[in-house]
Design a protein around this ligand. Sequence first.
Ligand code: NHR
Ligand code: GAR
Length: 215
Amino acid sequence: MKNIVILISGRGSNMEALIAARDAGNLPVNIAAVISNRPDAAGLETAMKSGIVAHFVDHKGFAGREAFDAALAECIDQFSPDLVVLAGFMRILSEGFVRHYEGRLLNIHPSLLPSFPGLHTHQRALDEGVRIHGCTVHFVTPALDHGPVIIQAAVPVLDSDDETSLAARVLRQEHRIYPQAVRWFAEDKLRLEDGRVRLAAELADSAALISPEVR
Ligand code: NHR
Ligand code: GAR
């Protein structure tokens, strides 16, 4: 069974979705550790309550990004991960860090990439007036939010939406697609090859989810 390490910065609901999928028998991985860059991340408590090793590496304790990234990688590598999963992790990672985990570093981003990379994606989608929004799981590359796309889920944007309601609709889809992508990796049905996503042939039409849900 593959070892995974989950990186968080806050609430950790995507982490919880991964733990729940594992507990339900739908995600054959060993969650070796959860690591936060913030000592006060609520998700650390949640992880510990599930009996998962929880650590923090406080980015404020380091002079620069490179020093923080080196300490973070050292913490991660003591768990010999096959896969590192960014789940609401809020620090941009240096090229050296990303190269070290090439092909085994995933992120979930709250937009339909390549639309709205970066922060505040839901407000930007509302400001832009788009009618479809969503979330994306991708392999992490040095270029922020531009790595190869694994799976996406789309949701409608309603005239009545504000940032909170739209974020909640997208988050429900995040909780579906992230365990799915990690499962594919765990089952050797997903890999990065020459900078492209390679999915097992039988999954070809499972990687685009159009949500029927309007709430
Ligand atoms: N690092 C690399 N190299 N490539 C990616 O694709 C990355 C990454 C690190 C994080 C997640 C990403 C997202 O899904 C992610 C993808 C943080 C910021 C950011 O601006 C932007 C995108 C993402 C994560 N962070 C600020 C910074 O200065 C800090 C913001 C804060 O602490 O609240 O690092 O959206
Ligand atoms: C999620 O919506 C995730 O996609 C987003 O932050 C939220 C974290 O929620 N990630 C980013 O914006 C990364 N910059 P969670 O902590 O409950 O999983």
